[in-house]
Design a protein around this ligand. Structure first.
Ligand SMILES: Cc1cc2nc3c(=O)[nH]c(=O)nc-3n(C[C@H](O)[C@H](O)[C@H](O)COP(=O)(O)OP(=O)(O)OC[C@H]3O[C@@H](n4cnc5c(N)ncnc54)[C@H](O)[C@@H]3O)c2cc1C
Ligand code: SF4
Length: 491
């Protein structure tokens, strides 16, 4: 069963054995395996469910529909563009079908550097074989190598560079060349037409247009995930919760750590979001005297490995890959302006591009956006174990920690037009609202014994100071004239 956002007409409360977040290369495989093993699986996907009839071969329509940030995702300094999918099938819907097994020297490096166990070639061989069979992985035929790739192959052969034609996951490919915009012929064996249908057939329930906003853990265990049902433009329509004892997070290399960070979980060592590696690539383009029409045929099939020898050094080197771009994509990468730019674009059909794909050793970080709407975060005194504790407030501030023996944080949280005083119990992770929504209630201050809270409230018109017990009972008005804010207790 695949349910899309427009088929959901109210809030959802689901339960499952396993909740899988994301339907790309990771999520759909795990969903299928678990569903076939008899588990009750709910799969959540932030993007829509699009099929071959939706893939119009137009970059102005497909880039906004299928890619994160409408195809404009980039590093903070805007120096590296990051292409990632956001649809049922994830990035496999628009990837370029190169199919490699993880090279043995890389697996060995993971073992020695990071202690990854049971993941060497012999361990993984049965899994590789199984996935390759499912995705119909096989070599590209010589007659399927297009003019652009052939140009580079001939050049490399003349120079004596090592290169080869790769394995791909295509079946009955018409060589239309539109792989990056979704395959309109169901030839690309992406998750959309392989593992996702198999998971659904085995009983997995897949909800599209359902971005997860928070994974909730209590007493050190994941309990549920929460999120929104959105419309085609990403506007929230309803809320959902999925209560499951096991959550598998497969939201991609950026959204997965972002979700952990914004949920405030699993970051005991402060490493979540750290150590991000991209595949930075430099684009070189040449204009030939003859017509190439590089956009026709299978976009990438040849692969140059002359400058990377993993057996000798698994940490450096680069590969060369033929590349082409659709007109707008190409135009944005070319130098010059106006008439001069137009003259270059007139040579579009003669261009041959090559990507220098580096083995990235530098690291970046994923951080979550805290701008605009303050939220409450806590951390240890050494700055580690940073975690967010407010999620349901559009604005949360003025946090204050209770004195012992209570272990609570009071803050002002905005969920409607005004603020309410809310108390977060550090031990249980539960939050309770102790004011009743009258006026705006702000600036909580615990009494020295922790049993009472003073706060300011506009419930009677002007802002006055009130006190109450820490459970919200016994409300008392303390000031009556003028405007009074920011209460404080004497010791
Ligand atoms: C243009 C392009 C070309 C590529 N070419 C190749 C190639 O030729 N060969 C190759 O091996 N690899 C290629 N890749 C890379 C490959 O596709 C990815 O490495 C792989 O898909 C990653 O799998 P994943 O499951 O980690 O993430 P993805 O496949 O990206 O899936 C993540 C899914 O999680 C969803 N998601 C994210 N956040 C949330 C949330 N909060 N709630 C719910 N759902 C969420 C996303 O919408 C997405 O559907 C290419 C990638 C791109 C973009
Ligand atoms: S080249 Fe093949 S896989 Fe790519 S879009 Fe065309 S038919 Fe689909």
């Amino acid at each position: 069963m695949i349910v899309t956002g427009d088929q959901i007409d109210g809030d959802l409360a689901l339960t499952a054995d396993v909740c899988v977040i994301g339907t790309g290369a990771g999520g759909s495989v795990i969903a299928k395996e678990l569903a076939q093993a008899g588990r009750d699986v709910v799969v959540l996907e932030q993007g829509g469910h699009y099929t071959k009839d939706d893939f119009t071969q137009r970059e102005d329509e497909m880039m906004p529909l299928l890619y994160e940030d409408m195809g404009q995702r980039a590093t903070v300094d805007q120096t590296i563009m990051i292409l990632q999918g956001r649809n049922v099938g994830g990035s496999t819907v628009h990837n370029l079908c190169y199919c490699f097994r993880t090279p043995e020297p890389i697996l060995e490096q993971w073992r020695t550097d990071y202690g990854v166990r049971d993941m060497l070639g012999p361990d993984l061989k049965p899994s590789f074989e199984r996935v390759e069979q499912m995705l119909k992985v096989k070599p590209i035929r010589p007659d399927e190598v297009n003019a652009l790739n052939n140009k580079i192959r001939v050049g490399c052969e003349k120079l004596g560079y090592s290169g080869f034609v790769t394995n791909h996951n295509r079946e009955n490919c018409t060589q239309s060349g539109f792989c990056l915009l979704g395959c309109p012929f169901d030839a690309k064996q992406s998750m959309l037409i392989t593992y996702v249908p198999a998971a659904v057939q085995a009983g997995a329930r897949l909800y599209a247009n359902c971005p997860v906003r928070r994974i909730v853990a209590e007493a050190g265990r994941v309990r549920r995930v929460e999120g929104e049902v959105v419309d085609a433009l990403g506007r929230p329509r309803h809320r959902f919760t999925v209560t499951a004892p096991v959550v598998v997070l497969c939201a991609g290399a950026i959204n997965s750590p972002a979700l952990l960070l914004s949920s405030g979980i699993a970051n005991g060592n402060g490493r979540v979001g750290q150590g991000l590696h991209l595949h930075p690539s430099v684009l070189l383009s040449g204009i030939f005297d003859e017509d190439i029409y590089g956009y026709r045929g299978i976009p990438q099939s040849y692969y140059v490995d002359e400058f990377i020898v993993l057996e000798r050094d698994p940490r450096s080197g680069y590969i060369l890959m033929p590349v082409y771009g659709f007109p707008v994509m190409t135009a944005t990468q070319l130098p010059s302006f106006g008439a001069a730019h137009f003259e270059i674009m007139k040579q579009y059909h003669r261009m041959v591009g090559i990507l220098v794909l580096m083995h990235d050793q530098s690291t970046g970080a994923v951080t979550v956006d805290r701008s605009g709407r303050p939220q409450i975060w806590v951390m240890d005194t050494d700055g580690l174990n940073v975690r967010r504790i407010t999620f349901n407030d559009s604005w949360a501030d003025r946090a204050t920690w209770s004195p012992a023996p209570y272990n609570e944080i009071a803050y002002a949280g905005q969920s409607g037009p005004g603020f309410d005083i809310k108390i977060y119990d550090v031990a249980t992770g539960q939050t309770r609202v102790v004011t009743d929504g009258s006026g705006s209630n702000e600036s909580p201050a615990f009494s020295p014994n922790g049993r009472h809270i003073a706060f300011s409230s506009s419930r009677l018109g002007k802002t006055q100071i009130f006190t109450m017990a820490r459970d919200g009972r016994g409300l008392r008005q303390v000031t009556r004239t003028g405007n009074n804010t920011f209460p404080n207790w004497s010791n």
